[in-house]
Design a protein around this ligand. Structure first.
Ligand code: FAD
Length: 242
């Protein structure tokens, strides 16, 4: 496939299917998974206690990392811990969607990830993933016509090749809709909550959660174990302003 312009080739770039990755990560030794909705946090005798909607304790620990995406704000709010004017309180939802395009329509699809303004992934089970649109509406119920058209335009721009399909054919393309938790400066929000010692936050990953999340995990683990931090101070200062 010909590309619209040159670029950099990352031979070790990976594509991730989040559900499969999560399933694999859940097998990690020493990890216990509990499915519950965290409705409120309380602190007693240097322990943080997480309660569900019925008030039952679902978890208790001296250190807790809140990684609930957009839900992190409401959990802090319900616990009386949200600070107005903070970076975290300025976080908002930006919805977007992916479009699945039959690889046959793309001459089999690319053999490596092609990314620029948007991306096209090599086919899996016959479908290439094209993404990711930015929608004006923060809570769409499902894939939208506008989102699909935006993604197909990105695809055409990346490959410099109009798809030459009518609205009837493209209207049948399936998609996926999700939300990004975005802070206006586009940096994530990672670090300790200074007004609630023992609570940590890892959210605000915007469009780069799959890349940032593992680094955020390393940062918090290093801080908890008093190890050198794997990031430069200026970036640390930026993301840990919570
Ligand atoms: C269309 C689209 C395309 C994208 N493409 C990419 C990409 O190519 N690469 C990339 O790196 N990123 C991409 N992103 C961004 C990526 O999806 C996010 O950055 C990432 O999902 C953020 O991860 P998270 O764990 O912080 O939040 P989430 O994925 O939102 O997960 C938070 C979880 O916490 C749960 N939760 C919230 N509140 C509570 C509570 N009170 N109790 C219990 N559970 C709770 C939620 O149910 C949810 O399961 C894309 C996003 C969209 C919308």
């Amino acid at each position: 496939m010909t590309l619209a312009r040159g670029g950099l080739y990352f031979s070790k770039a990976q594509r991730v299917q989040p559900h499969r990755l999560l399933k694999a990560l859940a097998q990690t030794e020493g990890l216990t998974i509990r499915r519950a909705y965290a409705a409120r946090l309380e602190s007693h005798a240097q322990q943080w206690c997480v309660r569900d909607r019925a008030g039952h304790v679902v978890a208790q620990a001296p250190q807790i990392v809140l990684a609930g995406g957009l839900g992190t704000q409401s959990l802090l709010e319900a616990s009386g811990l949200r600070r107005m004017g903070s970076r975290l309180s300025s976080m908002y939802a930006v919805a977007g969607e992916l479009t699945y395009v039959d690889q046959a329509l793309l001459a089999g699809g690319p053999r490596c990830i092609v990314s620029g303004d948007g991306y096209v992934l090599p086919a899996l089970e016959g479908l290439c993933v094209v993404g990711g649109s930015y929608l004006n509406e923060p809570h769409p119920a499902g894939p939208t016509c506008a989102g699909r058209q935006e993604n197909l335009k990105r695809l055409e721009r990346l490959f410099n090749d109009p798809l030459s399909l009518g609205p009837r054919e493209t209207g049948a393309f399936k998609g996926w809709v999700g939300q990004r938790a975005v802070v206006p400066d586009r940096f994530p929000v990672v670090g300790p909550l200074l007004h609630a010692p023992g609570l940590w936050v890892a959210t605000g990953f915007a469009s780069r959660g799959l890349t940032w999340a593992s680094l955020a995990g390393d940062l918090i683990a290093a801080a908890l174990n008093s190890e050198p931090l794997p990031l430069e101070n200026d970036i640390m200062m930026k993301i840990s302003q919570i």
